[in-house]
Design a protein around this ligand. Structure first.
Ligand code: C2E
Ligand code: MG
Ligand code: MG
Ligand code: MG
Length: 292
């Protein structure tokens, strides 16, 4: 819906950006050239293994540096990319970037930890994602277990039959599969036993409500217990303070991710982070593995 904006906004934005609809259409057309003009980039947010305090891996998060409007967050442009179909080339670009980043760390002699990439519904259901991922891994020579794919519950619910087929294909490649934002979708628990899953990712809304809400706390504990009974690992996202870390430790959550440990990092800063994390007595990281 069109919304009036203040004078400040008028100065910064081109005329057709005065309305939400105008901004959306403009971004959609600009998004088409964003890959070719190298405006997209990826940040990597560390994940920590709670029990051992070791680096568990990273999540790749895409950003768009628009030449006029500055950095645009994925929450704004990913939905536009999904509706326009641009998510397929963009998602493939992110996958390629993440695999190239892992290969660069390997070539620099760094210990390797898995990198997770988000897949959106349209990319998952409408592209040859199994072939794409398989091809990228084969080209790179990386162990498939170093790549993790995060899917939301809505992805698997959009087309359950096709989801099972695609996820089994991805699972057969040896990549790790996790359900993102777990607990926010309208999911049927039956998919948990049909899909070759490795991990559940508890949505940050539960994590951030734990301190004030006995219900959220109970939900977090129940998700961890259920995940473990199903032999799945569980990670909490959006962890911002020490109280949340302590509560998640008590709940026996396996991994955490959030601003408390680190914001998403520029790719160029990750190598230093990996070295520091390894050097500061945080425990051993995985050593580079040959594909097997
Ligand atoms: P997500 O996959 O659930 O990613 C986690 C989001 O939480 C990220 O937001 C991250 O920066 C943010 N976050 C991490 N720690 C904290 C914390 O302690 N507190 C708070 N408040 N937030 C935290 P970001 O990077 O803005 O991404 C938002 C969403 O955009 C992602 O949610 C994901 O759904 C989507 N997205 C990002 N990159 C991609 C991509 O390459 N492909 C697709 N399909 N979607 C992507
Ligand atoms: Mg994610
Ligand atoms: Mg999430
Ligand atoms: Mg999300």
């Amino acid at each position: 819906h069109a919304k009036a904006q203040g004078r400040g906004a008028m100065v910064r934005y081109a005329p057709d950006l005065r309305t939400e609809q105008g901004r959306r259409l403009t971004l959609e057309s600009h998004l088409r050239r964003a890959i070719a003009q190298e405006e997209l980039f990826v940040e990597y947010q560390p994940k920590v293994e709670l029990r051992s305090d070791t680096l568990a891996g990273f999540e790749a998060l895409v950003r768009w540096r628009h030449p006029e409007y500055g950095v645009i967050a994925p929450d704004e442009f990913i939905p536009i990319a999904e509706e326009s179909g641009m998510i397929v080339p963009i998602g493939e670009w992110v996958l390629r970037s993440a695999v190239a980043q892992l290969a660069a760390w390997r070539d620099a002699g760094l210990p390797l930890a898995p990198v997770a990439v988000n897949l959106s519904a349209r990319q998952f259901l409408q592209s040859e994602v199994v072939e794409t991922v398989g091809g990228l891994l084969a080209e790179s020579g990386l162990a498939p277990g170093l790549l993790e794919l995060e899917l939301t519950e809505s992805v698997s619910m959009a087309d359950p039959e096709r989801s099972v087929v695609v996820m089994r294909g991805l699972g057969a490649l040896g990549v790790m599969l996790s359900i993102d934002d777990f607990g926010t979708g309208f999911s049927s628990f039956s998919y948990l036993r049909r899909l070759p899953l490795d991990k559940l990712k508890i949505d940050k809304s539960f994590v951030q409500d734990m301190a004030h809400s006995a219900e959220s706390s109970a939900i977090v504990q129940a998700i961890v217990a259920m995940a473990h009974r199903l032999k799945l690992a569980v990670i909490a996202e959006g962890v911002e303070n020490a109280d949340q870390v302590a509560a998640l430790r008590r709940a026996e959550c396996d991994q955490i991710q959030g601003f408390y440990y680190s914001r998403p990092l520029a790719a160029a800063d990750c190598a230093d982070f990996i070295r520091q994390y390894a050097a500061n007595g945080a425990g051993p990281l995985k050593t580079p593995q040959a594909p097997g």
